[in-house]
Design a protein around this ligand. Structure first.
Ligand code: ZN
Ligand code: ZN
Length: 412
């Protein structure tokens, strides 16, 4: 067996054992595009070997997606097959796990009317909102792993000799950052996640009132919600199964108060949103709400994102990621949130994870609003970390303590 084939098998195994942590008798749903077929087949095998009851694969195809955007009438983007939404909801309710194999083409929707994309995203998020609530509150187990496409690999390695070379290079980086070269990747992940838990525990004990950010172009404070919970290194489902929603993961994250942001943040990496790149942008907040923004690239897309609904002009997640990490060390820009967000401190526009505040998963919408939990149809991370970023924690009695200096932990 070639080294690549061995790594691919280890990767499939890691996704099932560590990402999903599949339980005996559980049903698994795999979302993947047809380009990922060789990995999907291995994943299906590993899942049955781990005791899956049933494995269902939901295929998609980029060319079909693009063709629809080019040729379908406007009405096509305002309807969503409810049998599909209900099916996902039913599966989530019956304890199925969801693995998404993410093989993005960063330029897939270049030239498509951003309004069409925004309508489609809104229609799909509305239809799938109940299913999504299962995932966002960890009531269902889910995981997301990356997979190269030629277009993505070319974007990350523009100087590669050939398409195959670019894809091979991107696979190497994906394997490296998910710790596949380790003798036992499952054990390596355990150790890594224990370290992230340690940081989260320190921050949970501190219960800072405010975080203060300083970097070139960034001068920003953010209040955390009362009784916030820092999470990192994986989640635990309602039924008690530990799982890793994102592979790779390097972040610890919690919940900002929806009215608590003030000042300006500057992006440090491009953001690929729904197939369009937004780059070199700044966002200014007042009492939690976006009051101004600019972007050198993708301004219209950023505008549609911020204007999706009431909650999309506020933040729902704050994440700290050390500048020194396997992903950051590659010095690559991935044009892909799964990787870029784990190389960089980030914030998320839109919906908050209810698990990031005590009692959050049991709160009604009214209780959420009263506690400062942001609610939106959207949740989009954008990167603000760099080697020049300093973050302080401000305690309830006004004491200011360093959390990060020059992009790295000052609390470890
Ligand atoms: Zn995050
Ligand atoms: Zn996020």
């Amino acid at each position: 067996m070639s080294l690549f084939q061995q790594n691919l098998e280890k990767y499939a195994n890691l996704a099932i054992r560590t990402g999903i942590n599949l339980q005996e008798g559980q049903t698994l749903v795999v979302n993947a595009s047809i380009e990922c077929a060789p990995l999907v087949r291995l994943v299906v095998k590993k899942a049955y070997e781990a005791g899956a009851k049933n494995v269902m694969v939901e295929w998609s195809d980029d060319t079909v997606t693009r063709t629809k955007y080019e040729l379908a009438p406007d009405e096509a983007f305002t309807e969503f097959p409810m049998w599909r939404a209900q099916g996902f909801e039913e599966l989530a309710a019956s304890n199925a796990a969801f693995l998404s194999i993410y093989a993005p083409n960063p330029d897939l929707l270049t030239g498509i009317d951003p309004k069409r994309i925004a309508t489609n995203t809104k229609t799909a998020s509305t239809a799938m909102s109940k299913y999504r609530a299962y995932l966002m509150s960890d009531r269902a187990v889910w995981s997301l792993v990356g997979h190269p496409t030629v277009e993505w690999a070319r974007k990350v390695f523009p100087n590669a000799e050939s398409n195959d070379d670019a894809v091979a290079k991107l696979w190497d980086v994906i394997f490296e950052t998910t710790r596949i070269p380790a003798e036992d990747p499952v054990a390596a992940w355990q150790e890594h996640c224990d370290q992230l838990h340690k940081v989260a525990t320190i921050l949970n004990e501190k219960q800072y009132k405010t975080l203060a950010y300083e970097a070139p172009g960034t001068n920003f404070t953010l209040d955390l919600v009362e009784n916030h919970i820092w999470a990192g290194g994986g989640a635990v489902s309602e039924s008690g199964t530990p799982f890793r929603p994102n592979m790779p993961t390097e972040e610890v994250f919690t919940m900002p108060h929806k009215d608590g942001m003030n000042g300006t943040v500057r992006s440090t990496k491009p953001l690929n949103y729904g197939g369009t790149v937004i780059d070199n942008f700044s966002i200014t907040f007042e009492n939690g709400k976006v009051v101004d923004y600019s972007a050198e690239q993708g301004y219209e897309t950023l505008k549609h994102l911020v204007e999706t609904d009431e909650g999309s002009s506020r933040l729902g997640e704050v994440a700290l990621v050390p500048h020194k990490s396997p992903i950051s060390d590659t010095n690559l820009i991935f044009f892909n949130t799964l990787f870029d967000e784990n190389a960089s401190c980030h914030l998320a526009i839109g919906n908050a994870y209810p698990t990031n505040v005590q009692g959050g998963t049991k709160m009604t919408d009214e209780e959420k609003a009263a506690s400062g939990v942001n609610q939106s149809l959207t949740h989009v991370d954008f990167m603000i970390g760099s080697a020049e970023l300093n973050v302080d924690g401000i305690t309830k009695d006004g004491k200011r303590e360093p959390i990060m200096r020059n992009g790295n932990w000052a609390i470890l």
